[in-house]
Write a protein that binds this ligand. Structure first.
Ligand SMILES: [Zn+2]
Ligand SMILES: [Zn+2]
Length: 240
């Protein structure tokens, strides 16, 4: 949560600190300096990435992420950015500082990256109620609100619940991540027959999205695709 003082500063000096590099001056009204704006544009996902999961693929090789079951239960992936540098900073500000300008920037880019809009609803990945109580908001729901405004696809927060409190995926080793979120989600039978666009802030290992997709499909979802603000593009298991 932001202190009252820093909120007041934001109101008085809306064009202050850059969200990308933390430089105290030089940011425009959206909260970015020109250097970071250019850097973020350079972090868009290259056009020759895997057309299903958007990961980096070596020329004439199959996609390692798809071949390894990374997209199990997920039809297609949409995302504007690689999870690095300034994009990572924006996501951290969104997640831990409730920075609404970051939600606006990332959400707009996500809407633009959504080349197919044939979905019945957007389902943000839910937080457990205890985590929601501590943080005060769900960053994925904030992004979903922006994407919905731009695309007209309604948000449904009632279709998926996190029934188990889990540790932050980022705090775990790759091999611990799947077990951490397995069976952590429960879908509502209202999702039967719906084409669902699951929305999360970041895809790293993909375990969270696969666990959500499995829960939704168990209750009869007709299709599940995934939209995130960023993803680990060069998939060696770790963040690149
Ligand atoms: Zn900057
Ligand atoms: Zn792939």
């Amino acid at each position: 949560m932001k202190s009252v003082l820093s909120k007041l500063k934001d109101i008085l000096f809306p064009a202050g600190r850059c969200m990308g590099c933390d430089h105290p001056r030089g940011a425009d009204r959206d909260g970015l300096c020109s250097g970071c704006r250019a850097a973020i544009a350079g972090l868009t996902i290259p056009a020759d990435s895997c057309n299903r999961c958007l990961s980096h693929v070596r020329r004439n090789r199959p996609c390692a992420f798809c071949a390894g079951g990374g997209m199990k239960g997920i039809d297609r992936m949409y995302a504007p950015y690689r999870y690095r540098a300034q994009v990572r900073n924006l996501i951290h500000l969104l997640k831990f500082n409730h920075e609404e300008r970051a939600a606006g920037l990332l959400g707009s880019a996500m809407a633009d990256a959504l080349t197919n809009r044939d979905f019945d609803c957007i389902v943000p990945v839910p937080l457990h109620r205890l985590r929601l109580r501590d943080r005060g908001y769900n960053q994925s729901a904030l992004l979903a609100g922006v994407v919905s405004e731009k695309t007209g696809i309604p948000v449904r927060e009632d279709l998926l619940r996190r029934i188990r409190a889990t540790r932050a995926q980022s705090s775990l080793k790759e091999e611990e991540r799947a077990g951490n979120v397995e069976n952590a989600f429960e879908a509502d039978s209202g999702c039967a027959g719906l084409r669902i666009l699951l929305l999360d802030d970041v895809r790293t290992s993909g375990n969270t999205a696969r666990a959500c997709a499995r829960a939704l499909r168990e209750k009869g979802a007709a299709a599940v695709s995934l939209l995130t603000a960023a993803l680990v593009w060069n998939h060696t298991g770790a963040e690149d």
